[in-house]
Design a protein around this ligand. Sequence first.
Ligand code: CA
Length: 230
Amino acid sequence: MAHRVLVVEDEEDIAFPLVRTLEREGYDVSWVDSGQRALDSLATSPEVVILDLGLPDIDGLEVCRRAREAGFEGAIMIVTARAGELDRVVGLDYGADDYLAKPFGLAELQARVRALLRRTSSSSAAAEDAKPDGLRIDVDARRVYAGEEEVPLTGKEFEVLNILAANRDKVVSRGRLMADVWDENWYGSTKTLDVTIGRLRQKLESVGVTDRVVAVRGVGFRLEGGTPDA
Ligand code: CA
């Protein structure tokens, strides 16, 4: 069965190429252009919702919140032209699974949708098998779990991991990590970041998490999924 994807976007210029690309990928794509229609369409149980924030009736964040409140369990990817707001939005937990700033490349979007589908199918598998390597971050409680086991992280380690996880499979620059986790007016050495990353890696490895924090030389760090064992 084709994966069901719901595109919520009021601008046709953005929606059309998006829908076409996803259909070419073989997904069963529906498109709606308002928040209310998005909420109504959740009854069709899409596996991934691509949700624009700037909608004519209900703000996308509110759509996201209401969807979760109504028990919607599919993946939600927020796309927004409010790039400056993205960091803040990621920090607040509206129940979205991924975030993408406009303008985005269609290849990038496709990769993210694939990753979300992998995650949703592997998380339902994880629920059944209690896979020990599943990394789960409870943003509200600021706690991280590997399967059932809590990974004891310091505040800084948690924040670094949380930012990397929100940008999974993407490189986050050293500058951004330093600015977001330490101080927006930091100068000079980022040695403290390397030390924190080193400890974080050790802790994740020690509980058997297969997700890895990979250093990208001269740029920053990226959280990558380990090889699934299924
Ligand atoms: Ca819009």
